[in-house]
Design a binder for this molecule. Structure first.
Ligand code: PMP
Length: 433
C-alpha cells in the first residue's frame, strides 16, 4: 500500500496503464520528486542516499549536463542524416577511450538495441547462428537479446542456439577464491563449449559477455579468464561482444572499460554501451571496427531516427568531460575500495554477510543463512533493503537467488557517503530478525 498522496496517485495510474508484471522498487514505493548528486528527495523533502543507481554516473542532475542538454535542445535537435559538429566531436572522443581499431560508432537508444545489433552483425558476418554466453546474464528485452538472456528465456525456454557457460563465481561456483587457476579453469568450460559446437558442425557466431556480471550476482571475473576465451573464440572464428552497459565509463576504477581490467590485449570485436553513457538521458551505442562495419554494409544501411541526435551527442560529450575533469574513474577505484572495506568489516559482527566483492563502484554483498552451506538469505535481503530505505539509504537485491545487495552508486560518492551507508547497514543488521 502507498503511504503518501503522490505515491498513492502515481501507483493508481500505474495499475491502470502499465503491465501487471512491471516491478517497482520496494513494497511501499517512494514517489521521488527530485534528485541531486548522490541523493533523491521525496515529496516530503526527505532525502535518500543513492547507492543503487548505476545509470547516474556523474551524479543526479549534474548542472553541466543540464546546461548542455538545454542549450542543444533550444538550438538544434534532428537526426544523423543531417550533418552537425557535435556528433563528429563526440564520436572522436568516445572512440579515443577505446583500443585502436574500434573506430566505428552505431548510435542507438538503448542497451538492448546495441546488443541486438552486435548479434545481428555477428550472425550476418559469420553466417552462423549459435551464441555462447555466461549463465544468469541479462542483455536486454528485444526478441534477439531476450533469447541470450537466461533471466528472461527461463520463462519461455532456452533457444537451441544459445549456449550458457558456468558463472565464474569464486564464492559459490566450481572454483573458489583460494584457487589461483580459477580464471583459466572457468575459461576451460567456455572453450569446451566452443570445441563441442565446432565438432557438431555449428561453431558459434559470437561470444557475448559482461566484464563484471550484473544479473549474474555482482561477480568479478577471475584474473586470466578472458584471455584464453578470446584466443579460443579467434581460433573458432567467433566474434566477441563486450556488453559494457552496466560497467563501462570508468565505473570499475582500474580501467575505463570493463574488459580492459582483464588485460590490455583483450580487444573485443564489438563494445556495447548504454545506461551511464547519457547519465539518464536515453541514448546508447555500439562500437566496432571499420572492417566489420564494411562487411555488414551489404545487409542494408543502418539508420536510427533518434540514435546520435544532437542532444544525445552533446550530453554524451559533456559526460566524458565531467568524468575526466572530476577525476571520477580514480574516485571509483579509491572510494569503491574504501566502501568495500567498510562493508567487509561488518562481516566480523554480522553472520549473515557471506561475501563482499566488487571492482571500483560496482559491489555486491551476499547474504547467507549459514556460512557453511551458503543457503541464500533471500527474504532477509529484501527486508534489509526495505529497512535501509526507511533509514534513507537506497540499495536493492540482485542475483539468481535475490540474496545479494547490488551497490553501484554515482562515481561522485564520497568516503562520507560510504560511512553513512555502512552505518545504516550496520544498524539494520543489528536490529536482527
Ligand atoms: N545489458 C546489460 C548488462 C544490462 O544490464 C541491460 C539493462 N539492465 C541491458 C543490456 C539492456 O539495456 P536497456 O535496458 O537500455 O535496453
Amino acid at each position: 500500500t502507498a503511504w503518501t498522496p503522490t505515491a498513492d496517485r502515481a501507483l493508481r495510474g500505474r495499475h491502470e496503464h502499465l503491465p501487471e508484471s512491471h516491478p517497482t522498487y520496494f513494497s511501499r514505493p517512494i514517489a521521488m520528486v527530485r534528485a541531486r548528486d548522490c541523493r533523491f528527495y521525496d515529496e516530503r523533502g526527505r532525502s535518500y542516499l543513492d547507492a543503487l543507481n548505476n545509470v547516474t554516473l556523474v551524479g543526479h542532475s549534474h548542472p553541466r549536463l543540464v546546461e548542455v542538454a538545454n542549450r542543444q535542445l533550444g538550438r538544434l535537435n534532428t537526426n544523423t542524416r543531417f550533418v552537425y559538429d557535435v556528433l563528429s566531436e563526440y564520436a572522436e572522443r568516445l572512440t579515443a577511450t577505446l583500443p585502436d581499431g574500434l573506430d566505428v560508432v552505431y548510435f542507438v537508444n538503448s542497451g538492448s538495441e546495441a546488443n541486438d545489433l552486435a548479434l545481428r552483425m555477428s550472425r550476418y558476418l559469420t553466417k552462423r547462428e549459435d551464441v555462447v554466453i555466461i549463465d544468469d546474464a541479462y542483455h536486454g528485452y528485444t526478441s534477439v537479446v531476450a533469447d541470450v538472456s537466461p533471466s528472461r528465456y527461463r520463462h519461455y525456454g532456452k533457444p537451441d542456439t544459445t549456449h550458457p557457460t558456468p558463472v565464474p563465481d569464486r564464492y559459490r561456483g566450481l572454483y573458489g577464491y583460494d584457487d589461483p587457476d580459477a580464471g583459466a579453469r572457468y575459461a576451460g568450460h567456455v572453450i569446451e563449449t566452443f570445441d563441442r559446437l565446432a565438432a557438431e558442425g555449428r561453431p558459434p557466431a559470437a561470444y557475448l559477455f559482461e566484464a563484471l556480471l550484473a544479473g549474474g550476482g555482482q561477480v568479478v571475473l577471475p584474473p586470466g579468464y578472458l584471455a584464453p576465451v578470446f584466443a579460443a573464440a579467434s581460433r573458432h572464428g567467433a566474434l566477441t561482444i563486450a556488453d559494457e552497459v552496466q560497467v563501462g565509463f570508468g565505473r570499475l576504477g582500474e580501467a575505463f572499460w570493463g574488459f580492459q581490467t582483464q588485460g590490455a590485449d583483450i580487444v573485443p570485436d564489438f563494445v556495447t554501451m548504454g545506461k551511464a553513457i547519457g547519465n539518464g538521458f536515453p541514448m546508447a551505442a555500439m562500437v566496432t571496427t571499420r572492417e566489420i562495419s564494411r562487411a555488414f554494409d551489404p545487409a542494408g544501411r543502418f539508420f536510427s531516427t533518434y540514435g546520435g541526435n544532437p542532444v544525445a551527442c552533446a550530453v554524451g560529450l559533456e559526460l566524458l568531460n565531467i568524468v575526466e575533469d572530476e577525476g571520477l574513474q580514480h574516485n571509483a577505484l579509491v572510494t569503491g575500495e574504501y566502501l568495500r572495506e567498510r562493508l567487509a568489516a561488518l562481516a566480523d559482527r554480522h553472520e549473515l554477510i557471506g561475501d563482499v566483492r566488487g571492482q571500483g563502484f560496482y559491489s555486491g554483498v551476499e547474504f547467507v543463512r549459514d556460512r557453511e552451506t551458503k543457503e541464500p538469505a533471500s527474504e532477509e535481503t529484501l527486508i534489509i533493503c526495505e529497512r535501509l530505505k526507511d533509514r534513507g539509504a537506497l540499495v536493492y537485491p540482485t542475483g539468481p537467488a535475490w540474496n545479494i545487495l547490488k551497490l553501484k552508486p554515482p562515481l561522485t560518492f564520497t568516503p562520507a557517503h560510504a560511512d553513512e551507508f555502512a552505518a545504516a547497514l550496520d544498524a539494520v543488521l543489528e536490529e536482527g530478525w
